[in-house]
Design a binder for this molecule. Structure first.
Ligand code: PRP
Ligand code: URA
Ligand code: MG
Length: 228
């Protein structure tokens, strides 16, 4: 899977395989990453500039959803043969760090339904525990944008995806939107759930012995919420 690692300075293909969608590695994106990966970044800069990238990820994820034809009449009386979302949507942030992605989704899809799933990784074993869920009752018929900025070992993502599948959501209806990931996390999700698509802004080299990504960004939740 090392071929999936982001190559600095290159315009990597948007679609690395049928399920992994990497944002174009533009200079602007790399400049934004440079700000937020800096260990000395101020918290307000971390929150603001991760928000910029999360907006890009949100737009890219929406591009993957199914659309259907929808015509409208323009003010000059002509028909515009347009499109609209074919299905209802729901955003599902994985609490806690996933909540950093909710505002950008709400900003581009006003009134979107939001489910919640609270999963925490044990600080020592790194194994995830599921504590709480709240979903729209018709979630099985919706396109699900599953939000978590970090896909590391994949344990949290697999627990969240498993919960959605138990509720009847098809794999093909799940788009996992993540700020950064790594080959280990991608492999874990791809092997168990090949129908789930992943949208990310960077693919790191690997995990370290504490299951943090390298070069990485540190603990996203702690940096975003100020609990470090
Ligand atoms: C972090 C991160 C992901 C998870 C990724 O959550 O937000 O949810 O780890 O790691 P994994 O792929 O190895 O499971 P964490 O439980 O540490 O806490 P937080 O969301 O409250 O910051
Ligand atoms: N969670 C984080 O916040 N960062 C990592 O690198 C891995 C898991
Ligand atoms: Mg988390």
């Amino acid at each position: 899977m090392t071929t999936l690692t982001t190559q600095p300075g290159t315009a990597v293909a948007h679609r690395l395989d049928e399920a992994v969608h990497l944002l174009p590695q533009t200079d602007q994106l790399r400049a934004l990453h440079t700000i937020v990966r800096d260990r000395d970044a101020r918290r307000e800069d971390f929150v603001f500039y991760t928000g910029r990238i999360i907006r890009m990820l949100t737009e890219a994820a929406l591009n993957l959803l199914p659309f259907e034809p929808h015509d409208v009449t323009t003010p000059v009386g002509r028909t515009y043969r347009g499109l609209r979302f074919a299905d209802k949507l729901v955003g599902v942030p994985i609490v806690r760090a996933g909540e950093s992605m909710e505002a950008e989704l709400r900003a581009v899809v006003p009134g979107i339904r939001i489910g919640k799933i609270l999963i925490q990784r044990d600080r020592t074993t790194k194994l995830p525990s599921l504590y709480y869920t709240a979903f729209p009752e018709d979630i099985a018929t919706r396109q699900v944008l599953l939000l978590d900025p970090m896909l590391a070992t994949g344990g949290t993502a697999l627990a969240a995806i498993g919960t959605l599948l138990e509720l009847g959501v098809p794999e093909q209806n799940i788009v996992f939107v993540t700020f950064i990931t790594c080959p280990e996390g991608i492999t874990a999700v791809r092997e168990r759930h090949p129908g789930v698509r992943i949208v990310t802004s960077a693919i790191e080299e690997r995990l370290n012995e504490n299951a943090y990504m390298l070069p990485g960004i540190g603990d996203f939740g702690d940096r975003y919420f100020g609990t470090d």
